[in-house]
Design a protein around this ligand. Sequence first.
Ligand SMILES: *[C@@H]1O[C@H](CO)[C@@H](O)[C@H](O)[C@H]1NC(C)=O
Length: 182
Amino acid sequence: MRFSNIIAFGLFGANSALGLAILPREIAEIESVANATAKGIDVFGPIPDDAVKAHEGFYTAEEGTDAWAWIRAQIDIPAHARPATEKRQNYANIGIGMFAQDWCNGQAGWWDDVTYDVQHYVTLNMFSVGISYRGLRSNEQLDFSRQAGSDWCGKYLYSAGKNTPIGCFNSQAINCYRLTLH
Ligand SMILES: *[C@@H]1O[C@H](CO)[C@@H](O)[C@H](O)[C@H]1NC(C)=O
């Protein structure tokens, strides 16, 4: 019994290796994708189970978890590299994360599909922002704010540049963002 278990496990390993080989080299070589893949995470699959789901579409993740590795990879995958079947066609079709440290490191808050006109906030000072799935459109405005009094979005700080592409950028301390369509 034990032996057959080992064989089954070995076969599973071989399948995984084949699965990984399907990732185009361009994607497989991205550091965050390589890190996630090494943990056995399918970066084109759903967010891993160890994500802490705050409410529908909003997750938090600690560095070192599978969910964190998955989130980090989403920010680095170029839009054109996503298989057509994996492209998110619903809702605003954009993923936005805020991170507690520079360059999208540290504790993460991740919105898998951002809703327009809603103040999205975390009760922690965040210092970088990652945009995934697609860049901002010319008719979209992404505003950042921080806490003022009891309002986590009370003080408007700045807006992201027009057509900000996919990827990570550092920020002054923020707690909150809102995406608006003009
Ligand atoms: C990938 O993993 C290495 C080793 O743990 C780490 O030093 C590096 O920061 C990770 N890269 C990203 C983009 O998360």
